[in-house]
Design a protein around this ligand. Structure first.
Ligand code: CAO
Length: 549
């Protein structure tokens, strides 16, 4: 028997990280790689695993302590000073790479960036390995289509494969022209940035894809600027790799790798589980509680809460049926909608904006729009009006923080717009709407809608939204109640304008009336604010000169 003090390893420069969770107690037996504590820096939380097995005899830290590399965490009684620990001691500090079993590295925040170095090719038949480029997420995504076959000639920019993440489908273009020599992937494979896709025989430029210095990535829903601001971490050593840093809110879920692994084993989607840990972190007990209540309620794990399931019906018993698989986007939309519908107490408020003058102005701009090669629909005006109303009413531009104790007021105005595509509903986000002109917004909305329909959106294009607009005006209908795109707190639904007789004090006049429906999260927005907000939007649309005020 011997006693070993386990310390904080190299955590990639994240000094002064706070202990937010103790995962063990005195007397617990811990296995190699089992989480001891969870540390949280301002960029990420990370579970610190045991680098040897044994029984905990003393815990040297408590929640709230701030620790840096080298700080003592626990004292373990290990079974004899094993060769393994002796070897570990001997190699302490050595920066050699260690193979890590894939399941022990759950969604690492620190991933290898790839760079493409272009150099003149020594010969014209150089083999070129084409790998998955930066796809804006460290998570593995599914390869759903291979657009080329061995022997095909491709030009630079031609689509090679299509990847589908939880958020979007994206085509990966060829970095250069050449002939496809071999394929390294198959449909259904899960791939991440840097994975080899295929080999081309190039004809002009040798393109090599090589890993560069690891760089921290902050995943959804943190805004892109955050990721850009994150300091470059120094090269991590083997110990730091095993520390399994995870994004604070990877995929909108805040949980450590051990809990993620357990959730995978239970087949539970963590987005269904409420976190009771610090800052809404999902801890093991939350997951166990969720599974217990799901079982007690007679529901299948993975289908949601203890709500009675809709009965299975044999549709074929009543006539011909064609069963088609849902797309990934459809499935994700279903989860998101159900999550919002069940979590957010919705109120929907209606109004009609008199856009007679706006439509006259838009008609006047038709020739100029054609000259600029943009289509000026009512949407850019709606975006502008919403941006101003969001600026004027900060609570509409906020989100509840998972701990239920705090609310985040956003200093930026990024607005999502629902786009109907053959693959399903997607919501690309237009950044800094308040700072853009109508022409810029017209061009950008058209470009994003086009990208959405051609599956060219990147995950980042759909992140960071503060508010959403769902415009069904081009399609018709007199009104609908949109579902809030949580954690946003409100969404504006727009229906088709209709010419209606409106009393002007002396007579009825024909006016172009635009039906608006504002749904909001009643935990954050009360009826008075909802009313004020939609009235302001109507007023801005009725007299767009007010957008200048
Ligand atoms: N009333 C009357 N006409 C309208 C209108 C309105 N409220 N809004 C747009 N139109 C007109 C446009 O001016 C355009 O007319 P012209 O072709 O004569 O110029 C036509 O309808 C088609 O517009 P559009 O749809 O091409 O462009 P848009 O800027 O209005 O909208 C986009 C772009 C991407 C939002 C839209 O195409 C779309 O996908 N909407 C669906 C959103 C959706 O699915 N929401 C549901 C989400 S919840 O299930």
């Amino acid at each position: 028997m011997s006693r070993q003090t386990l310390k904080v390893p190299d955590i990639g420069g994240a000094e002064d990280s706070e202990v937010i969770e103790l995962c063990v107690q005195v007397g617990d037996r811990v296995e190699l790689e089992q989480g001891l504590i969870v540390l949280e820096s301002d960029k990420a939380s990370m579970e610190i695993p045991a680098d040897q097995a044994g029984v905990v005899v003393e815990i040297l830290v408590k929640e709230g302590d701030t620790l840096a590399e080298g700080a003592a965490i626990v004292v373990l009684e290990t079974e004899a000073a094993t060769e393994a620990s002796a070897a570990a001691e001997a190699s302490e500090g050595a920066e050699e790479s260690v193979e890590v079993a894939p399941e022990t590295v759950a969604e690492p925040a620190v991933i290898a960036e790839t760079v493409i170095d272009k150099e003149p090719a020594p010969d014209t038949t150089a083999e070129v390995i084409v790998s998955v480029p930066d796809i804006g997420t460290p998570d593995a995504v599914e390869l759903i289509e291979i657009c080329v076959a061995v022997g095909d000639h491709v030009d630079e920019g031609d689509s090679l494969v299509v990847l589908e993440s939880d958020k979007a489908s994206m085509e990966i273009p060829s970095p250069q022209s050449g002939e496809v020599l071999s394929l390294a992937v198959a449909v259904g494979d899960q791939v991440t940035e840097g994975d080899k896709l295929l080999v081309l025989v190039g004809n002009a430029v040798a393109v090599t894809v090589s890993p560069s210095e690891p760089e921290p990535k902050v995943a959804d829903p943190a805004p892109a600027e955050e990721a850009a601001k994150a300091p470059k971490s120094p090269p991590i050593n083997a110990q730091a790799e095993r520390s399994e840093a995870v994004p604070v809110a990877s995929g909108g879920v805040y949980a450590g790798p051990a809990v993620r692994k357990l959730a995978r084993e239970f087949g539970v989607g963590l987005e269904q589980v409420a976190g009771s840990g610090p800052r809404g972190r999902i801890v093991k007990e939350d997951l166990q509680g969720f599974v217990k209540s799901a079982l007690a309620g007679g529901t299948q794990v993975g289908t949601g809460s203890a709500i009675p399931p809709i009965p299975e019906v044999d549709f074929a018993a009543f006539g011909e049926v064609d069963i088609q698989p849902l797309t990934k986007v459809d499935k994700l939309t279903a989860v998101n909608m159900q999550r919002s519908w069940l979590n957010v107490p919705h109120v929907t408020q209606f109004d009609e904006a008199d856009i007679t003058e706006l439509e006259a102005f838009r008609a006047e701009l038709k020739a100029e729009a054609a000259q600029r090669e943009v289509k000026l629909t009512p949407l850019p005006f709606l975006l502008k009006a919403c941006a101003q109303a969001l600026r004027d009413n900060p609570r509409m531009n906020s989100s509840l923080i998972g701990d239920g104790e705090n609310i985040a007021f956003k200093g930026y105005v990024h607005i999502g717009m629902a786009v109907d595509t053959p693959a399903g509903l997607v919501v690309p986000v237009i950044r800094d709407v308040d700072k853009k002109s109508l022409w810029e917004l017209a061009a950008e909305t058209a470009e994003l809608a086009e990208k959405a329909r051609n599956r060219k959106l990147r995950p980042l294009d759909m992140q960071g939204g503060c508010f959403s607009i769902s415009s069904l005006g081009g399609l018709g209908g007199t009104g609908f109640t949109p579902i809030v795109n949580a954690p946003e707190v409100a969404i504006l639904g727009v229906s088709k304008l209709a010419v209606k007789p409106v009393w002007d004090g002396e007579a009825f006049a024909p006016r172009k009336m635009l039906p608006l429906a504002l749904s909001y999260d009643h935990r954050v927005v009360n009826g008075a604010l909802g009313g004020k907000f939609i009235t302001e939007i109507s007023a801005l649309l009725a007299d767009i000169r007010r957008l200048l005020l």
